[in-house]
Design a protein around this ligand. Structure first.
Ligand SMILES: [Zn+2]
Length: 437
């Protein structure tokens, strides 16, 4: 489902409100960049320690072009991204990981581990304690240490510039420096790339973090609203690609003019791809499952656009029987690609993702609990949205210029790549991903 439609916590639990609370409580210090008026918060009491921080000129920048399809880099609309790709190390065989949604793949990038270890399998889950579906946007939802705080412990500073409210929420106070979009942008759940890139450049100028993690949300946002389907790239998305690419061009120019380029790697990827569905290609599982007397009233569904997570809420002793029935009934619904027992070894989604994970076919979407719940034609989460762009540019000698790798790169590879670049040891238990440099 489009992230903006997933229920959000209200009041003090809402991500931006909680961020303001952290600032008011004195846990973070706010600095406003004079020229732009953008606000950043920094771990309180950090400044005197900064001087003693590790001195390396190495810098790593991770730019996520949210929802970008790999072929869009070849569309002629993104000359700056193409130049970064051609001038660096390109991984044409690259994929998002299940569930192919924004929050889990951003957390996989920064932890380097799969959801069964991080606790973050999807955007929306059914919270058994709460008794309701909710967005995974609380810092406590992410249980594995990210590369952000692991670098920070080593004396290297980090920054997050995240354009979406729930990403700001789940990454919480982990970075040394954080962009505070709330005072600037009306709370729409997403800040335009123009602001996000301005904030990225200001953060680099003000704080010069060793690692900066950036989410550019426009391409995804304008993909969700595209009503024309897969046959035509609608004008808004084309404009978003052009504009985001222009901003990436500015970013590279700034790295070069400031002398940072020679010391930098720039990892560019997407968190998932994008697929479009027509209004008559909607899968709603609530009805067929409710029609079964054994299941009726004893299940919950968390709709993630291209994937439905189904939770058995009846007695634990009946779980195996329920899983079999849910899988059988869901498999017969038109538009369903496959209904998996969540415990299938390859999924590695963890118990937060429920009991049965149902993916839709290309060109379809889930809409639960009813056919009006998800009106968004552009969706992701299903296997059709696995392919992503993935390349590493930058002027640091570690980046092989103009090389194409035949290896399969994944979103889990970002933390290992950045960690290896800075000489950081793998976390306890190792990464699930691999360094790609
Ligand atoms: Zn996304």
């Amino acid at each position: 489902m489009c992230e903006s439609d997933v229920p959000r916590p209200a009041g003090a639990d809402a991500p931006f409100a909680r961020g303001l609370g952290e600032i008011r409580a004195g846990r973070r210090t706010v600095l406003t960049a004079a020229a732009s008026g953008l606000a950043f918060s920094t771990v309180a009491g950090l400044q005197p320690a900064l001087a003693a921080r590790a001195s390396t000129r190495k810098r790593a920048y991770v730019l996520v072009v949210d929802g970008c399809r790999p072929e869009e880099i070849d569309s002629g609309l993104t000359p700056n991204l193409l130049a970064l790709r051609e001038g660096g190390l390109h991984h044409p065989r690259a994929t998002s990981m299940p569930v192919m949604e924004t929050i889990p793949n951003h957390t996989m990038m920064m932890t380097g581990v799969r959801p069964d270890r991080s606790g973050v399998p999807a955007n929306a889950v059914y919270d058994r304690e709460l008794g309701d579906v909710r967005t995974l946007d609380q810092p406590s939802d992410l249980r594995f240490p990210t590369i952000l705080e692991r670098l920070d412990k080593r004396g290297l500073s980090t920054g997050t510039v995240l354009s979406k409210e729930y990403l700001y929420g789940i990454f919480g106070e982990r970075a040394t420096h954080r962009w505070e979009p709330a005072p600037i942008v009306p709370i729409s759940g997403h800040a335009p790339d123009e602001f996000t890139m301005r904030a990225t450049l200001d953060m680099i100028e003000e704080f010069d973090p060793h690692l900066v993690f950036v989410n550019l949300g426009d391409v995804d946002r304008l993909g969700h609203s595209d009503l024309t389907g897969p046959t035509t790239l609608e004008a808004a998305r084309r404009l978003a690609l052009l504009n985001t690419d222009r901003l990436v061009g500015n970013f590279v120019a700034e790295l070069k003019s400031s002398g940072r380029w020679e010391h930098s790697i720039v990892v560019v990827l997407a968190d998932h791809s994008m697929d479009w569905s027509y209004p008559d290609r909607i899968v709603s599982l609530d009805g067929p499952l409710s029609d079964d007397p054994f299941l009726a009233g004893r299940f919950a569904i968390a709709d993630n656009g291209g994937a439905d997570l189904v939770y058995w809420t009846g007695p634990a002793a009946d779980r195996d029987k329920a899983v079999r029935r849910i899988r059988r009934i869901a498999s017969e619904v038109p538009g369903v690609l496959k209904a998996w027992d969540r415990r299938a070894g390859w999924l590695r989604l963890g118990p937060e993702s429920g009991d049965v994970v149902v993916f839709c076919e290309a060109g379809w979407r889930f809409s639960d609990p009813d056919v009006f719940s998800n009106p968004i034609p552009g969706n992701h989460g299903h296997p059709a949205t696995r392919a992503i762009p993935f390349f590493i540019g930058g002027g640091h000698p570690a980046v092989p210029a103009g090389r194409v790798s035949s290896r399969h790169a994944r979103t889990t590879d970002v933390a290992p790549t950045v960690g290896a670049f800075f000489g950081l040891k793998p976390p306890r238990g190792g990464y699930d991903g691999r360094a790609r440099l």
